[in-house]
Design a protein around this ligand. Structure first.
Ligand code: 5CA
Ligand code: ZN
Length: 412
């Protein structure tokens, strides 16, 4: 699939700081340790509706990961998928008498526009589920051959399921107890009651063709991919096993990332699938998680149509820590716009107080599990000083502007 465009990222004077991130699987903030090329996979959208601020917050969090690695001199091999065939997309298309292919293409195009407007650096490879069907077929065939997968005994719909005990490590990514796993599996796309499964928690790998549903001919018989194997196959085939960060929102901790890891580890025999599993908190509105199914959404495209400054959207979402569940409010946006105005004013001064310490603090805070609230406070302190007492360093406003651009993705 076509990815999106980006603007150049300035290099910032001074010493970069390595990136430490909270890893869900170990429950610790640990250093990332990429080689020359850092390898990042972030779960992409299911394109049945426009991008809301919850999605945006998640992609902005990983945009910071991307930017901090670039600051450290790494190349970044970033892969993102688009779940352009799955139940929610097919259901929405049917509800609206829309063609699912057209719906997916339309919403994906809008997502790209939103990402460009928000200055999210693009993935190197942007990969659809539909275009990766052959990769999924190959993976599922291998899992079947290795005994990690099985067909249900249903001649009409011979679906293929993953034996969740295949790796002997199931549960290591989320660390959830049995009850929590059962609950989230049922709530988040799983089918515990499907007759013929060996265990309620086994996950779908290949759904045999049903009348009225899209399907692809394959050595497994006609059908379509399950959800988790899509991300295992796309990530493994481009990044290899043991890549640096697997990312997404915290609603993907289980079952999606647990199974993506289990499928991949059963395929390769290598552990771990990713060295860090990183999850962004949920953005809510009016006390509830913002979600397409609840319909309590604020769309990025709506805000753009209202001429809201994308830099203010970034700063509003960075005002809270990426791992915290937090609420979107009009006040939050107004405060972010004020902050952006002050920073712009300060960055346009001819001279200012020395900004080197400020940039060092910015790097320290971002390197420490993307602590944006503290990073923003450090930048506020410089801007306030610049606008009140001032300073005589001619290079300071440009250094401030470049650091905010390169590291926070905000154009002043
Ligand atoms: N296509 C799958 C991933 S393979 C999917 O979950 N798509 S999605 O469109 O439902 O979500 C896209 C991304 O936004 C995921 O990383 C998800 O965790 C994240 N997300 C969804 N809702 C929110 C929210 N309210 N706050 C923060 N992130 C969210
Ligand atoms: Zn995914």
């Amino acid at each position: 699939m076509q990815t999106w465009s980006s603007t150049p990222v300035p290099r910032v004077a001074g010493e970069p700081r390595p990136l430490r991130l909270y890893d869900t699987s170990t429950g610790e903030v640990r250093p990332t340790a990429p080689g020359d090329t850092a390898r990042l996979y972030v779960c992409g959208i299911t394109p049945y509706d426009a991008t809301h601020l919850g999605h945006a917050a998640t992609y902005l969090a990983f945009d910071l990961v991307h930017r901090v690695w670039l600051d450290n001199g790494h190349q970044v091999h970033y892969v993102q998928n688009v779940t352009d065939v799955d139940d929610p997309l097919l259901e929405r298309a049917e509800r609206d008498h829309d063609d699912w292919v057209v719906l997916g293409m339309r919403e994906t195009a809008l997502f790209r526009e939103d990402m460009v407007a928000l200055r999210v650096l693009p993935p190197r490879e942007y990969v659809g589920a539909v275009e990766s069907v052959p990769e999924v077929v190959e993976a599922v065939a291998k899992l079947l051959a290795d005994g990690a997968a099985y067909r249900v005994d249903d001649p009409e719909h011979p679906d293929v399921y993953f034996d969740h005990t295949a790796t002997g490590r199931f549960g290591y990514e989320s660390n959830y107890d049995q009850d929590t796993m059962n609950r989230f599996f049922a709530e988040r796309g799983g089918d515990p009651d499907r007759p013929g499964k060996r265990h309620p928690l086994d996950a779908l790998l290949w759904r045999a063709a049903r009348p009225g549903e899209p399907s692809w001919p394959s050595e497994l018989g006609p059908g379509r991919p399950g959800w988790h194997i899509e991300c295992s196959a796309i990530a493994l085939n481009r990044l290899g096993a043991g890549f640096d960060v697997q990312g997404g929102g915290s609603d993907l901790v289980f079952p999606h990332h647990e199974f993506s890891a289990a499928h991949a580890e059963a395929l390769t025999g290598e552990h771990p699938f990713a060295r860090h599993y990183v999850h962004a908190g949920m953005i809510g509105l009016d006390g509830e998680k913002m979600s397409k199914s609840r319909g309590n959404l604020v769309f990025v495209s709506k805000l753009r149509a209202l001429h809201v400054d994308p830099g203010a959207i970034r700063l509003a979402l960075f005002a809270g820590h990426y791992r915290a569940d937090r609420a979107w409010t009009d006040d939050l946006l107004a405060q972010a716009q004020d902050r952006l105005d002050r920073w712009r004013q300060a960055a346009r001064l001819e001279t200012g107080p020395c900004a080197e310490q400020t940039v060092a603090r910015l790097r320290d805070h971002l390197g420490n599990d993307l602590d944006t609230p503290k990073a923003l406070a450090a930048l506020d302190a410089w801007a306030d000083q610049a606008l009140t007492t001032g300073g005589d360093v001619a290079a300071a406003p440009a250094l401030f502007r470049d650091a905010v651009d390169a590291l926070l993705g905000v154009e002043l």
